[in-house]
Design a protein around this ligand. Sequence first.
Ligand code: 13P
Length: 256
Amino acid sequence: MRWVVGNWKMHTTPSEAKQLARQLWRLLKSACIGPEVGLRVVVCPPFTSLEAVRRVLARTRLEWGAQTCHEEVQGAYTGEISARMLSELGCTLVLVGHSERRRYAAETDERIAQKLFRVVEFGMHAVLCVGETWHERERGQTVTVLEQQLERGLAAVTQALWPQVLIAYEPVWAIGTGVTALPEQIAEAHTQIRQILHRLGAPESVPILYGGSVSAAAVSNIITQPEVHGVLVGGASLRSGEFNAIVRTVAAHRCS
Ligand code: 13P
């Protein structure tokens, strides 16, 4: 299975999201996508736009998901959203541990592990985001960082839950910078992640996505690297034409 996931971050009001979802489906209707052809395409709007996107994308081959969730099922957590709520909105996937959440919401690996568990407990796919900063890469700490984030973030995953887990390698220095990691850097990191996953008892089938300045121009060189099973797209997922081009490139590698 290959995956293209769009992370809309804090963009789109409900009416803008509705319009973007409509444009996307108009462009992607004719594309070779869907679980039965081995390519799942998921957009992750802000919480407030989920219902609008759900209405547009229900009964299409596009899926929707969320950018984070709280680790508890319900309770006195003002302002938070739980996995249980997201599952009732038809989300098929939730991102956990995005570097922007780690940085701005001070999410720790331990809380991320709990969030991931909740997501899969409620029947959705969890995408665990991992990746090093430029400073860590320069100091030769990339593997150590990946090891720590994966070991801790996946601590609650039992054998039966692996089919609902995805990993996204998102080097922090490549996010929102326009600087995509080089194909060889991606190949190296994904191979290292696969080795770590092996050690953690994960099956070979756990997909590893790449994220960080993915564009229509760069995607072909990314998707052809070893151990790359899809992409997590930020900025370019807000431009329907470019997201369409990205999906079609991945589909061509999958379906031709
Ligand atoms: P950009 O594609 O805008 O670099 O964002 C990547 C990202 O953070 C996806 O989760």
